[in-house]
Design a protein around this ligand. Structure first.
Ligand code: FMN
Length: 287
């Protein structure tokens, strides 16, 4: 399977671990060979540490998984001092993409500024599916003005590539990708999770938080279409495709739709051998 140059860096294969499902790499070191990956997208990084939502945080069902982790993370200072140095020293040829979140418009750029002196980061992925706490909780990625401002603020603070990650429930994901590109995004990641909720037979909520995000097999067709739509509208920005990838055939769906990189999330949580299996299969198929 062909190596590829994306975001100014060589990726040895197109397979990444999706944000939030691989921690900061160390969590997986005993169960997976990180060196085999094209890259790893870290768990979210926010300015301050976040405890996240009340448990239970995940619920499985036939379509996949519902999660409400609530972007729990140790915060910028700890990620910078403890987690990223470990990852940079242990990822081998796998590329490191750092997932950034914010709860106020300026927070994304502050996090990036705080990370920019850290070695070994190939790109930043901006999770735009976060609630804007100063504007009633509407997600940033649903408002073109917010997307413009976040991207241009971040662009002003770093020369590293910026990847805007979008939600599949936007009315027109392609149009929002164009807004992000025009404001400075070098790439687009699609898709994030889809909002969902489930209850037990007795009516109690399956997630402590009540609602969460759907991931896993149900997202495959949604993600593949999103990649196609982003490609159509942008005319060729690098796209990271994700949602429901479990097999090499699923990954090829994304590559055929126009993604240059493909991330695996939920399937790797259920079985950490899945990403290596997908890579090996893609390699065998072109051999
Ligand atoms: C437990 C869990 C945590 C996640 N955390 C993040 C996150 O921190 N930042 C982010 O942008 N996406 C996060 N996501 C979304 C995934 O990166 C991915 O976009 C989504 O799960 C679809 O891929 P999948 O079907 O292969 O899981 C998370 C998903 C899961 C299941």
């Amino acid at each position: 399977m062909a190596a590829r140059v994306v975001f100014g860096a060589q990726f040895q294969n197109p397979i990444l671990l999706a944000a939030g499902t691989a921690g900061y790499g160390r969590e997986l070191a005993g169960v997976m060979n990180l060196h085999r990956l094209g890259g790893l997208v870290t768990k979210a990084v926010s300015l301050a540490p976040r405890a996240g939502n009340a448990p239970p945080r995940v619920a499985e069902y036939r379509g996949g998984m519902l999660n409400s982790v609530g972007l729990a993370n140790p915060g910028l200072a700890s990620v910078r001092q403890e987690h990223l140095p470990w990852l940079a020293a242990n990822a081998g040829p796998a590329r490191i993409i750092v997932n950034v979140v914010g709860f106020e418009l300026g927070e994304y750029a502050e996090v990036i500024e705080g990370l920019d002196a850290v070695d070994g980061i190939t790109a930043y992925e901006l999770n735009l599916s976060c609630p804007n706490t100063s504007a009633g909780g509407m997600e940033f990625g649903a408002d073109p003005q917010s997307v413009r401002q976040i991207l241009s603020d971040c662009r002003a603070r770093t020369r590293r590539p910026l990847i805007a990650k979008l939600s599949p429930v936007l009315p027109d994901i392609g149009a929002m990708a164009v807004v992000a590109r025009d404001a400075g995004a070098d790439g687009i990641s699609v898709v994030n999770t889809v909002p969902g909720a489930l209850t037990h037979d007795d009516g109690s909520r399956r997630l402590g938080h009540g609602t969460g995000g759907v991931s896993g097999p149900a997202l495959l067709a949604i993600g593949v279409r999103a990649v196609g739509r982003v490609l159509e509208c942008t005319g060729g920005i690098p796209i990271v495709g994700m949602g429901g990838v479990t097999t090499a055939a699923d990954a090829r769906q994304y590559l055929r739709a126009g993604a240059i990189l493909v991330a695996i999330g939920t399937a790797g949580l259920a079985d950490p051998r899945v990403p290596e299996r997908v890579i090996a299969r893609l390699e065998r198929d072109v051999a």
